[in-house]
Design a protein. Structure first.
Lengths: 240, 255
């Protein structure tokens, strides 16, 4: 099957600094691909390039066979930024209904998306009255409401309690089983094991593009955190 | 990059902006009451000054023009802050990844605040003519219309200015930069023909000048004049031009 996202030799500069160094990778359709790496490794920049809001120096990003950011992709690709980007002075329901309208969907779709993230009880509350974790889920609901084919989620589980985290990962896999392609970033390695595929980024370079099982075999480590560290050492030895 | 308009998305956006406004009761109250209160202060300022025979009453002259200036200033400020909030909260970046086009977004803002301005103008014009006895020769509906067009101009310039502001501190300082020169040169403080020649040329290029002239026409004539309609057209054109420029400065891809 064709890749949902293909990134080729992507170079991105922010100010004088190069934040992505000729990154190349593919994201298979209908799976959860994890984008893992420490804070500042370029995860958000890569995600912004995939949704087409990042200025790129060179290279290309193709999503569902079209250049990233094409007008035609905007109803097919959903994006949730790291900081919850919803209107704090609207209720959860008003937020979801607005984004539903932008994707040409109605109030029923908005209510379903709110239920999906477990916020039905808080639907009438203003977002500014919610906890950080609830805001994040409200933000997620506003992307789910469009039923996108590709869903790009920047650190969606930060600040969530473990029970909710497990629930959300279950939700992500249910979406993938239904055919949605998910790209989910995280800086906590214990989430890596929940992904079907892993992209490891460090200092703007792609260290690995594999399944968690392949990574464990390759590094001879059962612990993915340990596996990541041995990959870092490996690349530093090559560089030296 | 789409620039195609979708009336349903523009309406959804205008509805969303109005819903945000409606949750903020104090702002709604200030929008509706503040211009009337300030106009009342102006009324008192001139209340003891005798009117010279044959001269128009000063409050009639100044008060009428303030009916056009208030919505322009208020909507400029409200919009530039609202748009800056869209930028800093990340909602703007998110909107740019959805099917919403940039003109849809900007027209949505224009429609929402234009509607708020219409309500404001109805309240202010009613209070001015009944409580303060403001004397207008022409139909009051035209005063409301001009106030709304002025408000839309304020919205459009506010959206444009917010593109150049990195912080709220900068955004609020654009208000005097954009508003005060237009106010000084619009013909209220000094009749335009008494301005130095080059300032007359500058005044000719500023949209508020035409808004003020339109209001003066309504103040003088019992019926709508051709000059008034031309003036309204110029102000509306300037608003559309500013909206177009604002759309052009709204970058989908940022660094």
């Amino acid at each position: 099957m064709d890749a949902a996202v293909t990134v080729t030799d992507l170079v991105v500069h922010r100010g004088p600094r190069r934040v992505l160094h000729e990154v190349g990778c593919t994201v298979p359709p209908g799976q959860v691909t994890g984008l893992l790496g420490p804070s500042g490794s370029g995860k958000s920049t890569l995600m912004r390039a995939i949704v087409g809001v990042q200025q790129v120096r060179s290279g290309s990003v193709t999503v569902l066979g079209r250049p990233a950011g094409s007008a035609e992709l905007r109803s097919r690709v959903g994006y949730v930024t790291q900081a919850p980007s919803v209107y704090a002075d609207l209720t959860v329901r008003e937020n979801a209904r607005y984004f539903a309208a932008l994707y040409g969907r109605g109030a029923a779709a908005a209510d379903a998306a709110i239920a999906d993230v477990g916020l039905s009880d808080a639907a009438g509350q203003l977002v500014e009255e919610l906890s950080g974790g609830q805001r994040g889920r409200a933000s997620l609901a506003c992307a789910l409401v469009g039923e996108p084919e590709v869903l790009v989620l920047d650190e969606p589980t930060v600040g969530l309690d473990p029970v909710l985290r497990v629930e959300l990962w279950g939700r992500f896999h249910a979406l993938a089983d239904a055919g949605t392609t998910l790209v989910v970033s995280s800086h906590v390695m214990d989430e890596a094991g929940r992904c079907d595929r892993l992209l490891l980024l460090r200092e703007g370079r792609l260290l690995s593009d594999s399944t968690p099982a392949e990574l464990r075999t390759r590094t001879g480590s059962d612990d993915l955190e340990e596996a990541f560290l041995s990959l870092v050492r490996e690349t530093e030895e090559v560089a030296a | 990059m789409t620039t195609t308009l979708s009336p349903s998305l523009t309406t959804a956006t205008a509805g969303r902006v109005l819903r945000q406004l409606s949750h903020d009761h104090r702002t709604v109250a200030m929008l509706l009451v503040l211009p009337s209160a300030l106009l009342g202060l102006l009324y008192l300022v001139w209340s003891d000054v005798p009117t010279r025979p044959g001269q128009p009453d000063t409050f009639d002259r100044v008060g009428l023009i303030m009916l056009g200036v208030f919505p322009f200033v208020v909507m400029f400020l409200v919009t530039s802050i609202a748009m800056l909030r869209e930028r800093t909260s990340g909602t703007l970046e998110r909107l740019l990844t959805t099917p919403l086009s940039r003109p849809d977004l900007l027209l949505g803002y224009g429609a929402a605040f234009g509607l708020a301005a219409a309500l404001q103008a109805v309240v202010t014009v009613t209070v001015a003519t009944t409580v303060y006895g403001l004397d207008v020769a022409g139909p009051l509906a035209l005063v409301v219309l001009i106030a709304v067009v002025d408000a839309v101009l304020g919205v459009a310039l506010g959206l444009l200015a917010s593109a150049f502001a990195r912080s709220e501190f900068q955004a609020v300082q654009f208000m005097p930069v954009i508003v005060l020169p237009q106010f000084f040169l619009c013909g209220l403080l000094v009749p335009r023909e008494q301005l130095p020649g080059w300032l007359q040329v500058v005044s000719d290029a500023l949209p508020l000048t035409y808004a003020v002239e339109a209001l003066q026409e309504v103040g003088r004539s019992t019926e709508a004049t051709g000059t008034m309609w031309t003036d309204v057209g110029v102000v509306a054109g300037a608003a559309l031009l500013a909206l177009g420029l604002a759309a052009a400065t709204l970058r989908r891809r940022t660094s």
